[in-house]
Design a protein around this ligand. Structure first.
Ligand SMILES: [Zn+2]
Length: 73
């Protein structure tokens, strides 16, 4: 059973995760190294860092570290 309250909580937890995913996706689209790998973990150092941030956001409901905020700028 999921009420509106639960759905709102899920939506809030989703935002940093989606943002982290978008950052990685936008990098991978432009990065020659990341574009041709099939798994993000095989990409360049930058790509792997962005992917790690996404995985952490996905797993932890997303507490962004200052370093990850810098990536966003
Ligand atoms: Zn890359």
């Amino acid at each position: 059973m999921t009420g509106p309250r639960v759905q709102a909580a899920v939506r809030q937890a989703e935002l940093p995760m989606l943002r982290a995913y978008r950052l990685w996706f936008e990098h991978a689209r432009k990065c020659a190294a990341c574009k041709r790998v099939t798994r993000a973990n095989d990409g360049c150092e930058n790509g792997r860092g962005l992917w790690d941030a996404y995985r952490r956001a996905y797993d932890g409901g997303a507490q962004l570290t200052p370093a990850e905020r810098m990536v966003d700028q």
